[in-house]
Write a protein that binds this ligand. Structure first.
Ligand code: HH2
Length: 306
């Protein structure tokens, strides 16, 4: 199972099982748990790590209103860290289909107290889940280490500021925008289109000086059930690009579509099944609401495969 650990040298083998694969994410500034290298810091883990979700929002699709008080969000964050999250993804704007946009000011009011609290008393690796450059910039200045952008760094300012801050980015694919993305998503070849979008954006980010990237097919973001399934089944094609892959299937609507009626908070067994499937395909990280449950399942699954 994934834990931050000292980086080992790569032995060049391409036959290592997914659970044993060494992962590294490069930062240009100091990050809790990262090791110093010649030109920065590397956060290292083995297999599939867990990004814990902290939604400081009143309207997130599965836990809106539960953690919109910063003190409650911080308490929840500590629990996720103790449960085994490698990093915490703090978001102040819901991206669920049809979600209302929030202003920069509102988003900052939500996320900054949580980021500052995490920075001051937990030593967590912190990710900001935003597509607004103004929010990313202030979050980075307040101690965030990584930017998770569901628009795949669509705004060029995001590139510049990640590069300037020496912070890696998660580049996610979304067709359309949250307000309308689920109305009629269409692709000629969803797997090829998502892969070429992600690799082009990843290359552009690295060329612009962003120290490292992870790529994410964006489950549920402008995709039908058939699109989501095609992307999940072809995860090895994304893994083969060489960029670390992140998958976020936690509590998403495809679980209801596959397994029957369920409120989002009742979809954790389906989330776990989806994420174990993704781990077996070689993804480096899963984004999850229930971290302890994922840590336990990945540890048992990893031991059986290792
Ligand atoms: N999914 C959500 C938000 N951010 N980021 C990445 N990289 N990948 C994802 O799949 C992803 C994401 C949506 O989930 P959640 O944060 O729980 O809900 P909401 O957007 O309603 O706050």
């Amino acid at each position: 199972m994934a834990r931050s650990q000292a980086c080992h040298s790569d032995d060049g083998s391409d036959t290592i099982p997914a659970v044993m694969t060494e992962r590294r994410l490069r930062f240009e500034r100091k990050v809790p748990g990262a090791v110093r290298t010649r030109d920065g810091y590397e956060l290292c883990w083995q297999g599939t790590a867990i990004m814990g979700i902290i939604n400081v929002t009143p309207d997130s699709f599965s836990d809106g209103g539960l953690y919109d008080d910063p003190r409650v969000a911080l308490h929840h964050a500590r629990e996720l860290l103790a449960a085994g999250a490698l990093l915490l993804d703090v978001g102040g704007e819901s991206t669920r289909p049809g979600a209302a946009a929030v202003t920069v000011h509102e988003e900052l009011d939500r996320v900054l107290p949580v980021i500052k609290g995490l920075r001051d008393d937990t030593g967590a690796v912190i990710s900001i889940d935003t597509s607004k450059p103004e929010v990313a910039e202030r979050a980075l200045a307040a101690g965030t280490h990584l930017v998770n952008d569901v628009t795949g760094l669509g705004n060029p300012e995001m590139l510049t500021l990640c590069a300037r801050a020496g912070a890696p980015a998660v580049i996610m694919h979304m067709q359309g925008e949250p307000g309308t993305m689920q109305l009629d998503p269409r692709y000629r070849d969803v797997v090829a289109e998502v892969r070429s979008f992600l690799t082009a954006r990843a290359r552009a980010a690295l060329q612009a000086g962003v120290p490292d990237v992870m790529i994410d097919p964006g489950i549920g973001f402008g995709k039908t059930l058939a699109h989501n399934l095609a992307l999940l089944r072809s995860l090895p094609e994304l893994v083969a690009t060489g960029y670390p892959v992140l998958v976020g299937g936690s509590r998403k609507r495809l679980i209801e579509a596959l397994a029957g009626d369920s409120a989002p908070a009742e979809r954790d067994p389906g989330s776990l099944a989806l994420h174990l499937f993704a781990a077996a395909k070689g993804v480096a990280m899963v984004r999850a609401h229930r971290v302890g449950m994922h840590r336990q399942a990945l540890a048992v699954w990893g031991a059986l495969h290792g």
